[in-house]
Ligand binder design. Sequence first.
Ligand code: AIR
Ligand code: ASP
Length: 318
Amino acid sequence: MEKKELIYEGKAKKIYATDQPGQIIHEFKDDATAFDGKKKGRIAGKGNTNAQMSDIIFRYLERLGIRTHHVKLLCDNEILTWHLDMILIELTVRNYAAGSLAKRLGYEERTQMSEPLVEYYYKSDDLGDPLISEEHIHELDLASEEQLQEITEIALRVNDVLIPYFQARGLILADFKMEFGVREGQIYVADEFSPDICRLWDAESGEIMDKDRFRRDLGKLEETYAEVLRRVKEEEHGLQVSIYISPKKGVLDPQGQAALGALKTLGFEEVADVRIGKYITLRLEGADGEKARERVKDMCEKLLANPIIEDFRFDVLD
Ligand code: AIR
Ligand code: ASP
C-alpha cells in the first residue's frame, strides 16, 4: 500500500491519500493545541500514543459490533482508515462535569451526572465548534433525524462499554468526544480515541491523565500519555472474565445472617435478606468464545465455587 499526496493537515493529524480505493492514512502529530488553537505546544510521543490507542480501542469497539472507520495500524503513528463523508457534528458524552460544561453551567468540577449527558457541537473551526441543539442540527441540515438518533445511540453504547474498559485499567472515563461519517449509506465512528479527545482520571489518586494536563499546564505530559498507552496495551490481549458466586438460597449463610442482623440494628429495617458471595476476575489468554465459557464453567465447578452450596454465573468479554 502506497502513501500518496497530503489531502489535509489539521491541528493534530495529517491526512494522506493512498493507492487503495476509499482508504486514507492518518498521521498523528505530536503538536498539541487547545482553546481553538490559541494555545500551542508539542508533547513528545503523543502522536504514537494516540495512533496506537485508537488502534486498540477501535478494534475493541469493532469486536463488540460497533462500526468504526479503522482498518489497521500502519506504524507507531499512522493508521489506515476508510474515507468517510463526515457528519459535521462533534458529540460529547459526559459522566462527570468538567471543562466547558462545568464552566457553562456552573457545575463544580467532577460532579457526577445522574445519567450520561449527551451534547452536540457544530464541527466548525471558524466558529470555534459551538454547542448546538437538535433544532440547530435540523435547521443547518447537519444530519437527518434517524442519523442523529443513531449517532447518539452509538455514542451511549461506546460509553457503556468503555467505562468498565477503563475502570479495569484504573481509569475513570469522565467524558469524551466522538465524530462520525457516512460510507455506503452506513454510519461509522470516525476520528480517534485517545487522551486528546477524552478525560481520564486515575481511579485511585484522581490524577488527571489526559490533555487537560496540557490545557492547564500541569506538566508530566509525555509521561502521562505514555502511561495511559501502557495501561491500555497491558490488558490488550485475552478475554476478561467476571465470575459472581453466591450462597444458594436456603443454604445457611452465617456471614449474610450476621450482616442482616447488624443492618437491622443500625436501623435498616427494610432489609429482608442478605447473602454474601464473592466476585472473581480472570484474564484468559489464547482462548476464544464458546470454548472459553466451557473452560470457565469447569473452573467454577472444580475449584472456584462449591456447586453443592453455591450458585455461580459469569461474563466473558473480549
Ligand atoms: N474535545 C472536545 N473538542 C475537542 C476535544 N478534544 C473533548 C475534550 C473533552 C470533551 O471533548 O477533550 O474530553 C469535552 O470537552 P469540553 O472542552 O467541552 O469540556
Ligand atoms: N484541540 C482543540 C483546539 O485546539 C480543542 C481542545 O482539545 O481543547 O481548540
